[in-house]
Design a protein around this ligand. Structure first.
Ligand code: HEC
Ligand code: HEC
Length: 375
């Protein structure tokens, strides 16, 4: 009896030793990764905000698009600290590929100060936001590359859970412009080095990679300007037929709206150019709804934004009209932008559910971003 136990123990022990010898390196990494949970999901399929142990994952890089380089205000002025789960890093290092189940987290950190004893620069201040991307063929079989994208907010308190974005809002841009399997490794020296690509690519026009990147960008642009939903005919102060709309804008009829900004101001958005002047006009339906503090605006709600150039000359218009009761992630809104005052033949975008537009406007009150009451 005693001997039997001993034999079993010996067998178990030698099995451990043998497996230990054969799987030494992966066992070490797998153990390191196993200490860190991967994000989990609630019963609505939303990702539950990961616990802070991601700050102990493998850190890969920190892109920064500060306000001073994007005057007067960058859309995302924070540091973007990016982390990858340790077991995914191990796999990437060994195979050069992101395994199924890969998780990357992007934590946003405000620029705190611009001077230190070492000199002028950008120094990290407070944590302010959190985003994540996950490659999961089981959970997201229909997403391009099986990558899904989540944001828990850009200011505290962060959301406890987040639904995956529609592919067009996040995934399309990553697919077209990121260097390696939807991930922006061109900005993550730790990942490039891990894969053995030691010299980072500089994206100047002499670089052979520039062309493929530029054509990728162009493809993404093609997608993100295209409408994704039908435009229903609704009664609205601002028309949604492309030609009729251009004539309407040329006529200046929207200037009759009582709700209008008192003058031009620098845009926070990319319309024409970040920082160039804009002026917003709201029809009575949208104005009334914003005044009432509604979470969703009524059918026909319309907004016109005049866009000016640096010299204050009118360059074109951006328009939104709500054509469905349900905003459906941006598909219930008609979006239009033209950057000419002479011809309406070639608008930047026209139609419902234009990803470029709702991808930014989704953070607004039912997609409306203008500061209200109007300035
Ligand atoms: C216009 C293109 C574009 C769109 C649209 C976009 N991203 Fe990104 N994303 C980037 C770039 C560029 C980086 C790397 C540099 C940086 O962080 O500024 C990045 C990095 C990330 C990262 C870090 C991991 C990685 O893949 O490199 C996450 C997470 C992320 N984005 C989430 C999102 C989410 C969530 C959305 C949709 C709400 C989104 N992105 C939409 C361009 C885009
Ligand atoms: C990068 C973010 C971003 C993108 C992309 C974007 N917008 Fe905007 N938009 C804004 C911001 C910010 C405002 C608030 C006024 C301002 O600062 O210009 C705004 C205001 C507007 C307004 C005035 C009503 C309102 O919601 O405040 C209209 C109309 C508009 N945008 C239309 C569009 C259309 C059409 C597109 C796509 C062709 C688009 N926008 C794409 C950021 C964006």
């Amino acid at each position: 009896m005693k001997a039997r136990v001993l034999t079993t123990q010996l067998a178990a022990a030698s099995a451990l030793v043998v497996s230990g010898i054969f799987c030494w390196s992966s066992a070490v990494y797998a153990d390191a990764g196993a200490d860190f949970p991967k994000p989990s999901y609630n019963d609505k399929g939303e990702m539950i905000r990961p616990d802070l142990s991601y700050r102990e994952w493998v850190y890969v890089g920190t892109p920064l698009t500060p306000n001073d380089l994007n005057p007067p205000e960058a859309p995302f002025p924070e540091f973007h600290n990016v982390y990858i789960h340790p077991s995914d890093f191990d796999h990437y290092k060994r195979t050069g590929q992101f395994p199924d189940g890969t998780v990357l987290i992007k934590e946003l950190v405000l620029v705190g100060s611009n001077t230190a004893v070492s000199g002028k620069g950008y120094f990290m201040g407070e944590f302010t936001g959190l985003e994540a991307t996950v490659k999961d063929s089981e959970r997201f079989p229909d997403e391009p590359g099986n990558w899904a994208y989540f944001t828990f907010g850009h200011s505290y308190p962060l959301a406890d859970s987040a639904a995956a974005f529609p592919a067009a809002a996040c995934n399309a841009c990553h697919e077209a412009s990121a260097a390696d399997d939807f991930v922006f490794t061109q900005y993550y020296p730790v990942l490039r080095a891990a894969k053995g690509v030691t010299s980072g690519r500089s994206m100047n026009e002499d670089d052979p990679a520039f062309e493929s990147m530029a054509s990728g960008m162009a493809a993404a642009m093609g997608i993100i300007f295209q409408p994704t939903a039908e435009t229903a005919d609704v009664a609205s102060a601002v028309p949604t037929d492309k030609d009729e709309l251009f004539r309407y804008l040329k006529s200046g009829a929207y200037k009759e709206f009582a709700a209008q900004e008192s003058g031009q101001h620098a845009t926070r958005g990319p319309h024409t150019n970040i920082g160039w002047p804009v002026r917003v006009f709201l029809d009575p339906v949208l104005d009334g709804s914003l005044a009432a503090g509604n979470a969703a605006h009524p059918l026909g709600s319309s907004a016109v934004k005049e866009m000016y150039d640096d010299d204050g000359d009118l360059q074109g218009w951006a328009v939104m009209v709500k054509t469905e009761q349900d905003s459906a992630g941006g598909g219930g809104w008609f979006w239009y932008e033209v950057t000419s005052t002479r011809s309406g033949d070639d608008p930047v975008a026209t139609g419902n559910g234009v990803p470029l537009c709702f991808g930014c406007h989704f953070i607004g009150r039912d997609f409306v971003l203008t500061d209200y009451p109007l300035r």
